[in-house]
Design a protein around this ligand. Structure first.
Ligand code: ADP
Length: 595
């Protein structure tokens, strides 16, 4: 028999702030939690991140603390994402390599190019070696005299890149990307340059992409000449990487040197009479179309890695864009960890402000650990009340209302409310960012690319084998539906739909054949089960239920003498696997003793 709350702990009603049943005899005002400054854990050798964090008074903590934001230059695993709390975020989106690795970017954009040749002509024609060697040979026969730039599949900073006109040099290459060389780039003072444009994805479901108005243009250090056999090997003429050109004796430092701000380039373009607004609209359009092929994969991986987070991750991307002599932008590559090294006052100014604007946009203040946990508890309380109501209705045989909210709806609503608030914040705290996607008419404009990217997503692309498997599964489902299910009409389950690789099939009236055979796994039920287990764990931890149970067992004489004398033994038992957490409030207070 239940004999009340353990004496050692105060009555929950007295500790529940704003509760209707709060004990009015105590004169203590409800405890107010002080606002804690958001914390950051920096796991990258980037001093500028620390500088920006200091400017915003973020507290720097170690990796074992309960940080709010983790800044790392390494990819993190799904397991690490799953272990993150709802008050934590990381600067890495699982699946982003679909566009940040040269080979995957080439594969994704080439596929889109085949479907939408005109819309995707901002990406230079690219071949994956050795697989596409035949196709490349055919192209070179039809386009005599073409120049190619060849890059190792997963390298960076210009390493291993060379320019050639001779396909014979490529025959023995393994895992290289070969690309048509943009031979007529836009020149400033006779020098080739490219632009590093910073992009920030704050959520992937729905996709939100911001682009930064400031950035850095990197210049080659030798005047450009049309590629010919006499200059093909001159990296200071054809490559614009800072990591290469800083070694040139003709590298010029300073604001008008070999590295300039994007705003300086804009001002120059204005003096030339170019339509700068139009150029940037075209660049934004190309960047959005570059992200689209990865979007479906990002969404899937996000759901898998952060099932309970409204916004568990974000990513800063560096888009390298080359303008040609006709002012047409070409996307050369996308960097997941754009360099945050500081080699000049200009670097420092641009990158520090970029980081400050990122942290502000992310609204780190909302990640207060206690506030997030309180919100989570309230949501669980609501959902629990609902379960109690449903059980009561079932027991009383009362008809269930059709519009009864279910738990998944409460959870979805809560996540949506968080996201809505965050989007509002982002729109009002853009700093020097502009919203690239979504924007006016953007859904209409890009929907065909999204649908094509979804169907053709590289990970989920249909192969002959997958089509055969799908046909087989559909056939077995049909057999179950037509031959087996009718025999078990009485035990039939609710009709429901199963999504199979894009197409929807009716699950129909599927039943277990007999109680010893495994029944079909219903994904919705399975998800529900995992969610309930999750909730149970959370409640057990949050409300220190272990202490109450032990006390109840003690009062009812269920503990062994040894356990009474040495309560520490209990701590070590299987029973004590959960950490002790003092409950801040007991939302169950009203309904708990009904059980
Ligand atoms: P990395 O990641 O190694 O820097 P990039 O693809 O960015 O590789 O290429 C390095 C440089 O080579 C670019 O900054 C640009 O100057 C030049 N480059 C790359 N691709 C092309 C191309 N298709 N046409 C002309 N120049 C190119």
């Amino acid at each position: 028999m239940w004999k009340g709350w353990p004496k050692s702990s105060a009555q929950p009603a007295q500790r529940l702030p704003n509760s209707k049943v709060q004990d009015t005899t105590t004169s203590k005002p409800p405890r107010k939690r002080s606002f804690r400054k958001p914390s950051i854990c920096i796991m990258a050798n980037q001093a500028i991140v620390k500088k920006a964090a200091d400017r915003l008074e973020l507290v720097e903590v170690g990796e074992n603390s309960a940080w709010n934001v983790l800044w790392t230059d390494q990819p993190i695993t799904v397991q690490q994402c799953l272990s993150m709390e709802r008050f934590q975020m990381v600067n890495y989106i699982p699946g982003i390599s679909e566009i940040t690795r040269k080979d995957l970017l080439a594969r994704n954009l080439t596929r889109m190019q085949k479907m939408f040749p005109e819309d995707y002509d901002f990406f230079p024609k690219t071949w994956w070696l050795p697989a596409d060697l035949k196709e490349l040979t055919l192209f070179s026969r039809q386009n005599r005299g073409s120049v190619y730039i060849v890059k190792p599949g997963s390298s960076s900073q210009g390493r291993g890149i060379f320019i050639t006109k001779c396909l014979g040099e490529l025959e023995s290459l393994q895992q290289f990307v070969c690309q048509a060389y943009i031979a007529r780039p836009l020149l400033i003072d006779g020098f080739k340059f490219d632009m590093r444009i910073y992009g920030l994805i704050t959520t992937c479901d729905p996709l939100r992409l911001y682009l930064y108005n400031e950035g850095i243009a990197r210049f080659a250090t030798q005047k450009y000449e049309v590629p010919g056999n006499n200059n093909l090997h001159n990296v200071f003429m054809h490559l614009t990487n800072y990591s290469i050109n800083k070694h040139s004796c003709e590298f010029v430092s300073g604001e008008d040197g070999s590295k300039r701000r994007i705003s300086t380039i804009n001002a120059w373009m204005q003096t030339q009479g170019f339509d700068v607004g139009l150029i940037w609209n075209t660049i934004d359009d190309a960047i959005i179309k570059t992200v689209i092929p990865a979007s479906e994969n990002l969404k899937r991986q996000y759901k898998m890695s952060f099932p309970r987070h409204p916004q568990g991750c974000f990513v800063l991307l560096g888009f390298d864009v080359l303008l040609d002599a006709d002012l047409k932008p070409h996307i050369l590559e996308v960097n997941r960890c754009p360099s945050l090294n500081i080699d000049s006052p200009m670097d420092e100014e641009v990158k520090e402000q970029l980081l400050v604007d990122i942290f502000t946009l992310l609204n780190l203040g909302r990640l207060d650990q206690h506030r997030v946990k309180d919100q989570e508890r309230k949501r669980l309380f609501e959902s629990n009340q609902l379960t109690i109501k449903k059980i009561a209705q079932k027991v009383a045989n009362a008809p269930q209302k059709e519009n009864d909210e279910d738990d998944s709806k409460i959870q979805a609503d809560a996540l949506e409310a968080c996201l809505r608030a965050q989007v509002e914040w982002e729109e009002q705290n853009l700093g020097n960012f502009r919203i690239a996607y979504p924007n006016v008419n953007s859904e209409e404009k890009y929907s065909k690319f999204f649908s094509a990217a979804d169907v053709n997503s590289s990970l989920f692309q249909e192969t002959v084998a997958s089509k055969a498997r799908k046909a087989m599964v559909l056939k077995s489902l049909q057999v179950v539906e037509e031959e087996i299910a009718p025999a078990f009409e009485d035990f039939s389950l609710k009709e429901e739909e199963i999504k199979l690789n894009g197409s929807t099939v009716s699950r129909g009236r599927i039943t277990a054949l007999n109680s010893f055979e495994p029944s079909f796994i219903n994904l919705a039920e399975e998800r529900e089960r995992v969610r309930e287990m999750d909730k149970r764990d959370f409640l057990v931890q949050s409300f220190n239920l272990r202490a109450y149970i032990v006390e109840a067992m003690r009062q009812n004489g269920l503990l062994r003498q040894l356990e009474i004398e040495e309560p520490r033994k209990l701590e070590k038992s299987k029973f004590a696997v959960l950490p002790k957490i003092q409950p801040d409030f007991m939302p169950f207070e009203a309904g708990f003793h009904h059980f």
